[in-house]
Design a protein around this ligand. Structure first.
Ligand code: SF4
Ligand code: SF4
Length: 169
């Protein structure tokens, strides 16, 4: 199956090509410059809490509310406040510059049990396939996150583009 048939409509998750053509997906340069939000929201649904959650005005949905969210890569500081605000779990933050050998991902995780800090976990791509091992660095259970745990995991930099979450434990 080609990458163009592996798309949102055929298998329920977007292809990298679809995402790269969407306004919430940072370009390659900004993606690797430092911590930045990545928005995988490519269906025109009436939704905009990501817009109001961002203290920097880096996400714009505007009018009509069915617009796809647009990320302003110059304004985003990768703070992650938009992650738990998204009811569709469509936003995560990645940092390519985390260390010489590892990248960081901060993502929503609504499964139990939760991992513990220091755990080795299995990282997955957007199809849910296992890719590599990661190390849990932080579990954010802040009240502000509407009961959505937000987890930070480091993983080998060479898998930066593929990783979107961790496998359930
Ligand atoms: S990571 Fe922070 S600055 Fe970037 S879009 Fe999300 S809330 Fe805004
Ligand atoms: S909150 Fe999430 S689902 Fe809603 S528009 Fe923003 S990114 Fe899309």
């Amino acid at each position: 199956m080609s990458s163009t048939t592996n798309c949102l409509k055929t298998i329920g998750s977007p292809s990298l090509e679809e995402l790269k053509g969407s306004p919430g997906f940072p370009d390659e340069h900004h993606m690797k410059k430092g911590p930045i939000a990545i928005i995988e929201c490519i269906e025109a649904i009436p939704c905009n809490p990501c817009e109001t959650a961002c203290p920097k005005g880096a996400i714009v949905v505007g009018h009509p509310i069915t617009n796809l969210p647009t990320l302003d890569v110059e304004k985003c500081i990768g703070c992650g406040l938009c992650i738990a605000a998204c009811p569709g779990l469509a936003i995560y933050v990645k940092d390519y510059t985390y260390s010489d050998t590892e990248a960081l991902i901060v993502f929503p995780y609504e499964y139990y049990p939760l991992p513990s800090i220091g755990d080795k976990v299995t990282m997955v791509n957007r199809r849910g396939a296992e890719v590599c091992e990661g190390k849990v660095l932080k579990i954010n259970l802040s009240e502000k996150n509407n009961k959505t745990p937000v987890i930070s995991v480091s993983f080998p930099k060479k898998h930066f583009e593929e990783i979107v979450s961790m496998k359930r434990i």
